[in-house]
Design a protein around this ligand. Structure first.
Ligand SMILES: Cc1cc2nc3c(=O)[nH]c(=O)nc-3n(C[C@H](O)[C@H](O)[C@H](O)COP(=O)(O)OP(=O)(O)OC[C@H]3O[C@@H](n4cnc5c(N)ncnc54)[C@H](O)[C@@H]3O)c2cc1C
Length: 453
């Protein structure tokens, strides 16, 4: 049986891994020259890696870790100290370190020791967040009608902890503010954070997400007979009389015929290829309910080290929300190239919220970033900035705003030979690499069940 998959991000690659393993004849079509989608990495003119975005693997990412192991990349990521590190003005740092105890004591004891929260913050959090720790999936869903800020205030937790702790988490998760994001994904995270010690550990890719994950996935799929085509954009679908897909047409006019067609495109791209007649199904018309979060990633190469923190960092009141010195966190790659010629830091910074940055010239953004870098990393004031890059993604992951969750589609569509995969489709995670990997597994399982059932 032949399956044609469109879009080679983590979702499309995961679906391909599952299907080649089940003996399907798989073809994967990607519109860009580089695989990986939002996780893609490419080389600049100096041979240095440029990332679409800084990426972290969480301990709770069981499906992604399963794929990494399956494709021989199980050793390609490095666990860091179990701590949230906040970069404060003038080079100070504050921490939320998990105590080495079983959950929830790891979090309670760690939280009580966090130096950036007041005692009142801590007490109000323990009392206020209890329903999240005790809640189940049904409770989380029932809270999808309000923003996280509303939920936080209703629970009597402090304004200071909202701005200091949870704003950073909202920006890291979905690139939007706590007064925009739904309560649902945030309280789901508390549940993990508060009840599963290992789920919130984080790891960085040893080299970069491209070399350490996407390449091994590509090699695995091809070694099992899967065929991957780049520069191959899906432009439209031709239908049979019963509205099933007859063939897919690529940008260059080539046609693709298969028994099953899987879109692993981002949701804003799927909308462009949907045949008009399908829109009478809520399943397809609901896809127009999603809005992408704008985000940008900035990389800065310095002539010397400006920090010795080998971990993910957060900060508040800066143009960047989460960041790391990837010359330390990803030693297999970013110590090479221009930065390492001088042993310098390579800062990779996620800029969020980013709606106001999308139309700004890169030089202006870099100046804003550098001002904040000087404030958070005083050593940078004597360092020379060798070069910088900015990657803007106007529509990245879907905004997890109140009410959005119910529009997330199942992977099985009403059209018998057409399926959806992608981080926005329904699986238990928010849009993330794990969500994309889960969607890939689910689409393959559902396709297989339908074709054998
Ligand atoms: C800056 C940033 C930082 C992030 N950090 C993290 C993190 O730390 N941890 C984490 O878990 N997640 C993180 N994410 C989220 C994560 O990257 C995404 O959720 C995930 O990679 C989405 O995978 P996907 O396969 O669903 O979609 P995509 O990665 O968007 O893949 C879709 C693919 O389809 C292709 N395509 C589009 N149109 C067509 C067409 N017409 N024909 C053929 N191909 C097409 C695209 O080029 C792309 O390759 C981050 C995202 C960003 C932007």
């Amino acid at each position: 049986m032949k399956a044609a998959i469109f879009g080679a991000g983590v979702a499309g690659l995961s679906a391909a891994i599952e299907l080649v393993d089940r003996g399907y004849d798989v073809e994967l079509y990607e519109k860009r020259k580089v695989l990986g989608g939002k996780v893609s990495v490419w080389k600049d003119g100096d041979g240095d890696s440029v990332e679409s975005g800084l990426h972290i693997v969480f301990g709770g990412y069981e499906q992604l870790q399963n794929y990494l192991k399956r494709v021989g990349a199980g050793e390609n990521y490095l666990w860091k100290e179990h701590a949230l590190v906040y970069a404060e003005p003038d080079g100070k740092q504050s921490f939320f370190k998990k105590a080495n105890l079983p959950s929830p004591w790891a979090e309670v004891v760690g939280g009580l020791q966090a130096d950036f929260l007041t005692m009142w913050d801590k007490l109000s959090l323990i009392r206020g967040l209890y329903p999240a720790l005790a809640g189940n999936e049904e409770y989380f869903r029932s809270q999808d009608h309000m923003t996280y800020s509303e939920w936080h205030r209703l629970r009597g937790a402090t304004e200071h902890s909202l701005q200091k702790l949870w704003r950073a988490i909202a920006l890291a998760m979905n690139f939007i503010e706590p007064n925009v994001i739904s309560a649902r994904p945030m309280i789901t995270i508390f549940k993990y954070f508060g009840t599963d010690y290992a789920a919130t550990k984080f790891a960085f890719f040893r080299e970069n997400p491209g070399e350490s994950m996407i390449e091994p996935m590509r090699r695995y799929i091809q070694s099992k007979g899967g065929r991957i085509f780049i520069d191959a954009k899906l432009s439209r679908l031709e239908l049979n009389d019963d509205e099933t897909v007859k063939k897919a047409v690529l940008n260059d006019g080539h046609t693709v015929e298969a028994d099953a067609y899987i879109s692993a495109l981002p949701v804003h791209s799927v909308r462009k290829i949907l045949p008009a007649s399908w829109l009478r199904h809520d399943y397809f018309s609901n896809l127009f309910q999603f809005t992408g979060s704008p985000v940008a990633n900035c990389q800065l190469w310095f002539d010397r080290k400006i920090t010795d923190t080998d971990n993910l960092m957060f900060s508040q009141g800066t143009v960047f929300a989460t960041f790391a010195d990837v010359s330390l966190t990803c030693p297999g790659d970013f110590q090479k190239g221009m930065g390492s010629a001088t042993g310098g830091s390579v800062m990779s910074l996620v800029l969020a919220p980013a709606h106001q940055l999308m139309d700004m010239p890169n030089e202006v953004i870099t100046e804003m970033v550098m001002r904040d870098i000087h404030s958070r990393f005083p050593k940078s004031r004597d360092a020379k900035l060798l070069k910088s890059t900015i990657v803007k993604i106007p529509q990245s992951v879907y905004k997890a705003v109140p009410g959005a969750d119910r529009f997330r589609p199942d992977q099985t569509s009403p059209v018998r030979n057409f399926y959806l995969a992608g981080d926005y489709t329904y699986q238990r995670y928010l849009a993330s690499m794990e969500g994309a990997a889960l969607s890939g597994r689910q689409v393959a399982e559902k396709l297989h069940a339908r074709s054998t059932g």
